[in-house]
Design a protein around this ligand. Structure first.
Ligand SMILES: [Zn+2]
Length: 254
């Protein structure tokens, strides 16, 4: 295997010194329980896979993008009582992001895409605070919302449901237990109507919401569904990376 020049963890100084990278991609996952059948690194593995496939397509179109190592810890304040769910608070994430952006800025890599893979992470407020303090153009996306999942799945689900399970069955089948061993991912709803209807938001205390830690039924998952959805997602993200690489953010609204 030769190193992929768009994956920083594989690239060496010889490659890096010779390449004029224009866009960095920072995948950001979480380490948490995913029903009985998916591994704790599910969000990290998905991020790795989506980022690498998207960057490969962009690279093949001539866009000089580089995928940074995936941050393995996400905001899991609602899962603190679930064994080995490892929380990183938003304020810690903001500090980590600030340090990484400062490195990129000094090195002249002035565009950063945060590729988020965990529902508890939200980088928008961090970007609002950090953007006026740096020349690095900052943006974020949630990979699972890049493409409408409804044509691809019977019921995509929220956490370790049909969407995530299908993707994992495609990417790392060896790490996914048979679906006969998965829980049904049923969730308890809050008693307050506005929270049930979703126009008032509060974080969910996970262990009171789900018995198996999943939210969403994985029963209809297949690797073929995962492959088709990932193809659509990575094509869309790649086209964005290509456009971003070719755009000067300073004149983006002119
Ligand atoms: Zn997940």
């Amino acid at each position: 295997m030769t190193p992929r020049p768009y994956i920083l963890a594989e690239a060496n100084w010889k490659i890096v010194a010779a390449t004029d990278y224009r866009v960095a991609v920072l995948p950001w996952g979480a380490t948490e329980a995913h029903n009985y059948h998916l591994p704790y690194a599910t969000d990290v593995i998905e991020c790795d896979s989506v980022a690498a496939a998207s960057a490969r397509i962009a690279w093949e179109h001539g866009a000089r993008v580089v995928v940074l190592p995936t941050v393995p810890f996400g905001v899991n304040t609602g899962q603190l009582d679930i064994k080995l769910c490892l929380n990183m608070n938003p304020s810690t994430q903001a500090a980590l992001l600030r340090d990484l952006v400062a490195s990129l800025e000094r090195q002249g890599i002035l565009k950063l895409v945060i590729l988020n893979g965990h529902g508890g992470n939200d980088f928008r407020q961090m970007i609002r605070e950090l953007q006026p303090q740096t020349r690095v153009f900052l943006c974020s996306l949630n990979w699972w919302t890049c493409v409408d999942p409804t044509p691809y799945f019977d019921e995509p689900g929220d956490h370790a449901g049909e969407l995530e399970t299908s993707v994992m069955q495609h990417v790392v089948p060896e790490l996914v237990l048979p679906l006969s061993e998965a829980g049904n991912g049923s969730q308890k709803r809050p008693s307050i109507a506005a929270l049930r209807d979703g126009w008032v938001w509060a974080p969910r205390p996970w262990s009171r919401v789900s018995a198996d830690t999943g939210v969403g039924d994985p029963a209809a998952a297949t690797p073929e569904k995962g492959a088709r959805f990932l193809d659509a997602v990575t094509a869309r993200i790649a086209s964005f990376l290509i456009e971003l690489e070719a755009t000067d953010p300073a004149t983006m609204y002119d």
